[in-house]
Write a protein that binds this ligand. Structure first.
Ligand SMILES: C[S@@+](CC[C@H](N)C(=O)[O-])C[C@H]1O[C@@H](n2cnc3c(N)ncnc32)[C@H](O)[C@@H]1O
Length: 259
């Protein structure tokens, strides 16, 4: 493949997404594969890396943790979880076999395929049989339509093949581990994040708001809520409930081949 052109795989990709391809995957030019849905649903690499680092910090040093990426899609988070923990193992679950095929291919490009065990299936059905030290949740938000509502309501969010909503997904994750990261739209109803926090044994969560420059001002682009078995000293210094941090999205230089 010609370097810098990536692989459009015959699909019409909106220019907005195509121009961000190296933000989605810094190694895009090496042959990363995405399907139409993944172009807008994959976690951009700088965020996925930061989420993986934050999840690792929440667990502490180890000879290798077992991570669960419950909605692994094309592999954005699973790859970074594996890359960030060279002795760890990641279980990546997705209900769509094609997504798993893409994730496996992309993981191979990043050299972490051997440490990700992919499972095709409905996370809500598989959950009772899954074990992990930490769980990453990035369920579908309902396509681009989720932006039409003023506040994103977790009780209205549905995953494929299940009646489970965004609140009960958290309950399911809690049956696996108290260490959870939940990746959500910027306009997620904050009162619901508070309710999730009260369900958690620590009664605390760290909400990271990823800020993106929009014209002349910064605005929240996406958020990730972190729940830890042992909250950090930073979190303990705050009162119970949700503590918020603003995080500037790391800028991604254009790949040299496309400048
Ligand atoms: C937002 S995408 C995840 C993107 C992923 N974090 C990445 O960076 O590539 C949500 C994924 O959840 C999957 N999904 C939907 N319902 C599911 C279910 N019940 N169990 C497992 N996966 C499901 C979809 O197929 C989709 O790939």
């Amino acid at each position: 493949m010609e370097e810098g052109k990536g692989d459009r795989q015959g699909e019409a990709i909106p220019a907005k997404f195509w121009s961000r391809r190296f933000e989605l995957f810094s190694r895009f030019h090496e042959g990363v594969r995405l399907d139409a849905e993944s172009w807008y649903s994959v976690t951009p690499e700088p965020i996925a890396r930061r989420v993986a680092e934050r999840m690792s910090a929440g667990l502490g040093a180890s000879a290798g943790w077992l991570w669960l990426d419950a909605f692994c899609g094309a592999g954005g988070n699973a790859i970074q979880l594996a890359a960030n923990d060279p002795h760890g193992v990641v279980v990546g679950v997705d209900i769509d076999p094609h997504k798993v095929e893409l994730a496996r291919h992309n993981a191979r490009l990043y050299g972490v395929e051997g440490r990700i065990q992919f499972v095709i299936g409905d996370f809500t059905a598989l959950a009772p049989r899954l074990r992990a030290h930490a769980v990453h949740l990035s369920p579908p938000w309902g396509g681009c339509h989720h932006r039409r509502v003023k506040e994103f309501d977790l009780t209205r969010m549905r995953v494929l093949g299940s009646q489970c909503d965004g609140m009960s997904l958290f309950d399911l994750a809690l049956t696996i581990s108290p260490s959870i990261a939940y990746y959500l739209p910027a306009h997620t109803w904050r009162a619901q994040l508070e309710s999730l926090t009260w369900k958690h044994p620590s009664q605390r969560s760290e909400l990271q708001e990823f800020m993106r420059r929009d014209g002349r001002r910064d605005r929240v682009h996406v958020i990730a809520a972190f729940f830890d078995a042992k909250p950090s000293s930073w979190l303990l210094a705050h009162s119970l409930g949700v503590s918020t941090r603003k995080v500037r999205m790391p800028s991604v230089p254009n790949h040299p081949a496309v400048m």
